[in-house]
Design a protein around this ligand. Structure first.
Ligand code: ADP
Length: 627
């Protein structure tokens, strides 16, 4: 049989494992047992749904055995097994993205200590084994196959004489060195400890021959005998009572079961009895997986039915805005034979999904209230998803989400909730002010910000494209309307100030009209501004489509030509205004000045100017006149 090489990325991961000096290498056993358990899950499911594969539940098990002489450790399961092709595909390459991410992080971090945080699976066995032999018979095949490898130089697949369905993994342990001792993995005591520590909740019996010694009756003679024992308690973690599970156990489970590499921000564990009874163990992650915001990311909860694994990613159990949640659900009320298609329409699934949503919501609220820092860390990763949620489905998830979103604000440049904002609004304030921009610094420099800050109003920074769309769907919070500082009337002025503006408007009516004409339809109006303090001009838009939205919409080729109605506002207290007044009868220069001011306003808004060359020439022209 020909020797095959590992795929390159697998080979690198393998090298890491082989040469690992990692102290936590004991996790290899957890990984192999967890693979065995998955394989048993698959066979169990098949046995229930397909008459041809019927089986007694008692026949589903894992066996661990040792051979001290040959220094081998064997893990056998009666799971689904692997065909020749599957041996090739599954063990010759890295199967899931978790491993890929692991490799990437390792390369970036250059530290080995994060191995334990990843489900790196099968290959981790090379941390302790110099040779691995896998004998496997798939329940879809009459022939068993053997996969053998010493790591570095590839693997060989040949026929095997294994006659029972399932997989047997034989590890020939590495030779001991002066500093490293691998013999401990040949000690039943150590193995038993490891199984208790990492795999106690595995729902299939993990059996081992264990040496027991007891005194002979009527004599002091001690006899030792080998006795078969089931080492794990088999109670799945989620079926245990909350008070009996430690924080560490929850975390370990999170990482090994869901290939997570962060700390959960919150763990939600509960059982419900009622219309539909189920237990759930849900984790809110802290960090977004690298592919979270891509279509590659698959969301969903693991679904169990009466303890039988049904499927890995039951999408319908999570609303899209909570798609970052990882976890599992185990229900006694679902029909085992249920197919994926029926599951989607199942009434009980829908009921369950609704109650899961509620639990996640209150879990997040709890985190926000009691562990603000953790919540903000969570929000950095997943806030965008929550905000998209507000916008989705015409805002129908408002009640779930509006109190979970955060925005940075001008008060301290910290995150605030809408509730906090509204609660500390100024007495006479009836609008929630926000400003759009790429960065906080950029927004702070907007001409419009000055007067708002002067008047002591807090402004929310809208830094993500979705923000303004989300609030537009919300329209208001706590009876207060959202208001862009670059749109419409900000209602900043006192009665006196208002009258003052009205007066100026009247006095400069002709000037404003001439300016508007000079811009030849580029703006819908030129107005006296009440939102500027030291800056000469700004560009605002009327109610409706804002300039920011225009920018976002322009990125989408399906939305051509949706434009904000632009208004040029001018500061009547700025010296440039006086200059304009003096130019009333000099049409050409007034036109030139107006154009320059309009282009400046565009630039400040981060919009492109139509004719940059003309703009540059106009400025130069002006400069040469002055000097
Ligand atoms: P994973 O994290 O996907 O389990 P592994 O490297 O541990 O990655 O395993 C790769 C794949 O090999 C598994 O997804 C599974 O399909 C298959 N596999 C591993 N061990 C077994 C087993 N004991 N029985 C059946 N299939 C197995």
């Amino acid at each position: 049989m020909e020797k095959k090489q590992f795929k390159t990325e697998s080979k690198r991961l393998l090298d890491l494992m082989i040469n690992s000096i990692y102290t936590n290498r004991e996790i290899f056993l957890r990984e192999l047992i967890s693979n065995a358990s998955d394989a048993l899950d698959k066979r169990h499911y098949l046995s229930i749904t397909d008459d041809q594969h019927r089986l007694n539940k008692e026949d589903l098990k894992i066996e661990i055995s040792i051979d001290k002489e040959n220094r081998t450790l064997t893990i056998t399961d009666t799971g689904i097994g692997m065909t020749q092709e599957e041996l090739e595909n599954n063990l010759g390459t890295i199967a899931h993205s978790g491993s890929l991410e692991f490799k990437k992080t390792l390369e970036e971090a250059k530290e080995i200590d994060i191995i334990g945080q990843f489900g790196v699976g099968f290959y981790s066995a090379f941390m302790v084994a110099k040779q691995i032999t896998v004998n496997s018979k798939s329940c879809h095949s009459d022939q068993a196959y053997r996969w053998e490898s010493t790591g570095e130089d590839g693997y060989v697949i040949s026929l095997s004489d294994k006659f029972t369905t399932g997989t047997e993994i034989i590890l020939t342990l590495k030779d001991n060195t002066e500093t490293e001792n691998y013999d401990e993995y040949l000690e039943t005591y150590t193995l038993k400890q490891l199984i208790k520590k990492y795999s106690d909740y595995v729902r299939y019996p993990i059996g081992m021959m264990i040496e027991t010694s007891h005194k002979k009756e009527d004599s002091d003679e001690v006899v030792t005998a080998l006795e078969h024992q089931v080492v794990n308690s088999m109670v799945p973690l989620w079926k245990r009572s909350k008070k009996d599970v430690t924080e560490e156990e929850y975390k370990d489970f999170y990482r090994s079961k869901f290939f997570a590499f962060d700390e959960p921000a919150k763990t939600i564990h509960y059982s419900l009895e009622g219309n539909i009874s189920y237990s759930a163990l849900l984790y809110i992650p802290t960090k977004a997986p690298y592919n979270f915001y891509s279509s590659e990311y698959e969301s969903g909860l693991q679904l169990y039915c009466k303890g039988v694994f049904i499927m890995d990613k039951a999408k319908d159990l999570l609303p899209s805005y909570f798609r970052f949640v990882k976890g599992l659900v185990d229900s006694n009320d679902l029909n085992l034979n249920i197919s994926r298609e029926i599951l989607q329409q199942d009434r009980q699934m829908k009921t369950m999904a609704r109650s899961i949503e509620k639990k996640i919501k209150s879990g997040l609220e709890d985190l926000l209230k009691n562990e603000r820092e953790k919540y903000e860390e969570f929000f950095q990763s997943f806030g965008l998803q929550l905000k998209y949620g507000l916008y989705e489905d015409f805002g129908s998830h408002k009640d779930v989400l509006q109190d979970l979103v955060l925005f940075k604000s001008s008060l301290e440049e910290k995150y605030v909730t809408l509730k906090e904002y509204v609660e500390r609004m100024k007495e006479n304030q009836d609008l929630i002010y926000y400003a759009c921009g790429q960065t906080i610094e950029q927004i702070n420099q907007l001409p419009q910000m000055e007067r708002l800050k002067d008047k002591g109003y807090e402004v929310l920074y809208f830094l993500d494209d979705v923000d303004e769309f989300a609030t537009l769907t919300l329209q208001e919070y706590g009876g207060k309307k959202f208001k862009s500082i670059a749109q419409g009337d900000l209602n900043l002025d006192t009665e006196e100030e208002k009258q003052e503006i009205e007066k100026k408007k009247e006095e400069n009516k002709d000037l404003l009209t001439s300016m508007k004409d000079a811009l030849m339809g580029a703006v819908t109006d030129v107005r006296i501004s009440s939102r500027l303090k030291t800056h000469p001009v700004c560009l605002v838009s009327d109610e409706g489509i804002s300039l920011e939205m225009e920018k976002v919409l322009a990125q989408n080729p399906d939305n051509p030509g949706i434009k904000a109605s632009r208004i040029l506002e001018i500061n009547p207290n700025h010296p440039v205004f006086a200059a304009l007044q003096r130019l009333q009868n000099n049409e050409e220069t007034l036109k030139q000045y107006t154009n320059i001011l309009y282009n400046q306003a565009l630039l400040i808004e981060g919009l492109t100017i139509e004719n940059p060359v003309e703009y540059a020439n106009q400025i130069c022209d002006l400069m040469s006149k002055l000097s």
